[in-house]
Each structure stands twice: as C-alpha cells, then as structure tokens.
Design a protein around this ligand. Structure first.
Ligand SMILES: Nc1nc2c(ncn2[C@@H]2O[C@H](COP(=O)(O)OP(=O)(O)O)[C@@H](O)[C@H]2O)c(=O)[nH]1
Ligand SMILES: [Mg+2]
Length: 473
C-alpha cells in the first residue's frame, strides 16, 4: 500500500487562482525531474531559490484527468508528441534528503497561481516519471521516514483544518511535540518498570533485589496519575478540536432567528413577522472564545397542521437531540406561556441556557439563570456567550489542552485500563507479586502508547488517518 521508492508530484496550494501556486515533487528522482522541467543541466543548489522557466509539454495527453481524487496515473509521453514551449517563470527550490518535509529529496516549484499552469507542470513532471501523489502522501512519507510521529502528522491535518486561533494553536503545539513528549515521559517510566520486573523474572532467586511489590504498586500509581492528568484535559481538548453544536429553540416569533443573526453577526436567517416561517434549519459556524461553534436556528416548536412546518418542527427536535447545548428562547417582554414552561421542562435534563429575548421592550418575567438579551440593541449578548461557556463547563479555554483527538483519548484510556489491571496484579494475594501478570499488563499499556505515536500503528489505522488529508499535503 505505501510505496516510498518512487517519486510523487502534486499541487500543494489550494485549488483555484492565487498569486502563486506550488507544485511539490518528492522522491529519488525529484531533482532530475525538476531539471527536466526547467530544461537545465546544472544541478540545483540545495535550499536556494532559483529563477527558471518551465518548459512544459502542453501536448501531454489527458491533462484534464489530473484532478484531485483521480487514481494515480502515469502518463507515458511519446517523444514525438511532445512539443515543449515556455510555460511560466518559476522559482525552483531543492531540498535534498533528509532535510526536507518528507525526508526524501524534495523540489518545490513556485509558479504563478494559475490552475492551468500548475496542472501542466504536474503533467510534465509525470511525463518525466513522477506519479501523482495520493492524499496526505507527502506527510505519510514524512512519517515513514521518521520526520514526524503519527501524532504530529495528525496535527498537520488539524492545523490545516483549524478554523479558530485556539484550534490552530492546539494543533501547532502538538506538531511541536507537546503530546509526543508527554507520551514519551510516560512510556519511559513504564519501560523502567518493565526492565526491573523482567530482571526479576529472569533471575527469580534474586527477584526481590530488583523489585518489591509496594514499590511496583507505587510506580504504577505514579504513571496512572500522569495518564489521568492527560485525560482530565481531554474533554476540553476534544471540544477545541471538534467544535460543538448549539441549537436555538423556542416558540415561534420569540426572536430565535434575530438572536441567531445577532450572534452570527450577519443576516443569514430569514427574519419575518409571520410566525412559523423558519421551516428549515439554518446553521452557521462561529468562533466563541476560540471554540468552533455550529449555531443552529430552528423552526418554532409548536404543533402544526401545516406539513412543511411540521417537518421543520421534527427537524428542530432532531437538532435539539444532537446539540451539545440548547438556547431556549422565550419572549422576555411578554408573560411566559405554558408552552414556554413546557420547553424549560423538556430540556431540563440537557445542558441548556434560558434566554429572555427583546430586552429592549422591557422584561416582564424572571427565571433563575435566565439571560436577558436584545437582538436589536445587542444588549446581553456577551453575557450570553459567557453563560454558554459556563454551561458547557469550558471556561478555562486559555489553557491549551495537551490531548484533543478521540483516537489519542481512546488509546490513553486503554493504557490506563491496562495499568489498572497491572496495579491489581501487583497488589494481589496480600502483597505477593506475580511478575508475569504485571508484565503482560504493562506491555499492553505500552502497546497502546505506541499506537498513539505510530511506532506500532496498523496499516488500516494509517490509511484512515492519511485519507483525511488533501492531495498535495
Ligand atoms: N424589539 C425587538 N424585537 C425583536 C427582537 N428580536 C426579535 N424581534 C422581533 O420579533 C419578531 C420575530 O423575530 P424572529 O427572529 O423572526 O423570531 P423567530 O420566529 O423566533 O425566529 C420580529 O418582528 C423581530 O423583529 C428584539 O431583540 N427586540
Ligand atoms: Mg425564525
């Protein structure tokens, strides 16, 4: 599945037009292919930007097939077909192995950001022997060449996908190796313990010179506490990485869409004076203190004979079911109705914030913890944001979480459970110790940690992780 001996090529910049566009070539033939692109015989000076003219074979067939998501194809250029002509003036930079992103020889060609030009450069590189890269294949090579561990490779994808500054910072921290170091520390402590236990198994007569059960139990407890520390921050970390959904519910006409618009800061939902007109769900992603929040405006929750409106109400219920938090809006300038109170009760078990709307028209009711806002004047909106974060229990967002990714969380949990078993074996039978059982559990814990770093990740896990990437990364 993972061939690393050939040379791959792809456009590394996003689709579309831009000031510059970069084509990246990686593999043993990268320099030769680059030289052929610019019709140059002199070797490229390492890590030095060199101005050159790309001579592209505009004739190579099948240009239109060089799109994202097409399976790799190798274009065989028949020399008689090829009529090269100057295509673009570019900057070529050569990064010889191993000091490159992938760890292989890499050449980056910065051309003008024209999709047509970039595709022709890719086609010419393919005609010269390169293969179109799979999604994430450059980063995969960096991983296979030991330039990054698996957590760092995942952090690259997270950094690219980040939509809030906090997400980007958390991803960059992981790329810099914060989690790598935390896991390495834990693994070093486990390794030390395993070594002592193995010595005692190998030399049973002297066993107790190496270990005594209470010290093993203490060492296990210390490691388990560090793992728990990682896991404690993980809930927040997950919210940072994945974001969350907040649904706005309430009776028709209480001001849900107006609140949605005020929170989003742009008029996207339909605001109207006729009740029951927001029939479909409208959603928008916003940044609340670094959290990526998908805010969902819903149809009014009321029984209706109108088929379309009923469908809207059904969707509202679904949205409320999956939401991490619900904003229950009731008109603050009108007395509460039974329907409002029903809503408060219905969502009592869920995390919810009660919002009293239209504060500018005066407030006629009070509920504990209700936040009074006016979509019209903006009053109370920042208090509402704080109340949302408080309800989500994520106030300390300024701290950067070490662990953010469900895959990592699951594996740390697996390691922690294996440690708990080891702890049980270590303290079994009134202080006696069966080294073999403890050892087996400690090895399980280490195996889980190695799956996080990628030292021991199965191929399907790798395939799954790298499939998330875009082509060219
Ligand atoms: N004065 C005032 N009117 C509001 C406010 N929010 C909404 N409205 C009005 O209430 C009506 C219903 O608003 P809308 O957002 O469509 O309610 P929805 O049916 O719950 O989505 C509209 O006429 C809005 O202009 C507010 O904060 N102050
Ligand atoms: Mg509405």
């Amino acid at each position: 599945m993972f061939s690393t001996s050939d040379t791959i090529v792809a456009i590394a910049t996003p689709p579309g037009r831009g000031g510059i566009g970069v084509v990246r070539v990686s593999g043993p033939d990268a320099e030769r292919i680059a030289l052929s692109l610019v019709a140059r015989e002199m070797p490229l000076e390492p890590r030095r930007a060199t101005l050159a003219t790309v001579q592209a074979a505009a004739v190579v067939c099948g240009l239109s097939r060089i799109e994202a998501n097409t399976p790799p194809i190798r274009l065989k250029a028949d020399p008689t077909e090829v009529r090269t002509s100057a295509l673009d003036q570019v900057i070529v930079t050569y990064f010889p192995a191993p000091a490159s992103y992938t760890g292989d020889d890499v050449v980056e060609v910065s051309a003008h950001g024209s999709p047509v030009v970039l595709k022709q450069i890719v086609a010419a590189a393919m005609a010269a022997g390169a293969r179109l890269a799979e999604p994430g294949e450059f980063t995969l090579r960096a991983f296979l060449n030991g330039r990054l561990d698996l957590m760092q490779a995942e952090a690259v994808a997270d950094l690219i996908e980040a939509v809030t500054p906090l997400q980007a910072r958390a991803a960059f921290d992981q790329l810099q190796g914060t989690l790598t170091r935390a896991i390495a520390d834990i693994d070093a402590a486990l390794f030390d313990l395993v070594a002592r236990l193995e010595a005692s198994v190998d030399f049973p007569d002297e066993g107790y010179h190496f270990v005594d059960p209470p010290s093993v139990a203490r060492a296990i407890d210390a490691v388990a506490a560090r793992m728990q520390g990682l896991l404690d921050g993980a809930k927040r970390g997950r919210l940072v990485r994945e974001g969350l959904q907040i649904a706005i519910v309430g009776r028709p006409n209480v001001g849900k869409s107006s609140l949605f618009n005020a929170l989003v800061g742009a008029a996207r939902a339909i605001v109207t004076e006729v009740p029951g007109t927001t029939r479909d769900l409208v959603s928008e992603t916003i940044d609340v203190d670094g959290l990526r929040v998908t805010l969902v405006d819903t149809a009014g929750l009321r029984e209706s004979d109108d088929v379309v409106e009923s469908e809207g109400v059904a969707r509202t219920r679904q949205a409320a079911d999956v939401a991490d938090l619900i904003l229950i809006v009731a008109d603050g300038s009108q007395p509460l109705t039974d329907a409002d109170r029903e809503l408060f009760e219905r969502f009592e078990a869920k995390r919810a914030v009660v919002v009293a709307s239209k504060q500018d028209l005066g407030a006629v009711w009070e509920e504990p913890d209700a936040v009074h806002v006016s979509a019209q004047t903006g009053a109370g909106l920042s208090a509402l944001q704080s109340a949302m974060l408080h309800a989500l229990d994520v106030e300390a967002l300024a701290d950067r979480p070490e662990i953010t990714n469900v895959r990592h969380i699951a594996l740390v949990e697996r390691a922690r459970d294996a440690l708990a078993r080891a702890r049980g074996a270590a303290s079994a039978e009134g202080g006696s110790l069966s080294e073999e059982f403890v050892l087996a559990d400690l090895q399980d814990a280490r195996a889980a940690l190695e799956e996080i770093t990628g030292k021991r990740a199965p191929e399907d896990v790798l395939a799954h992780i790298f499939a998330r990437f875009c082509i060219g990364k």
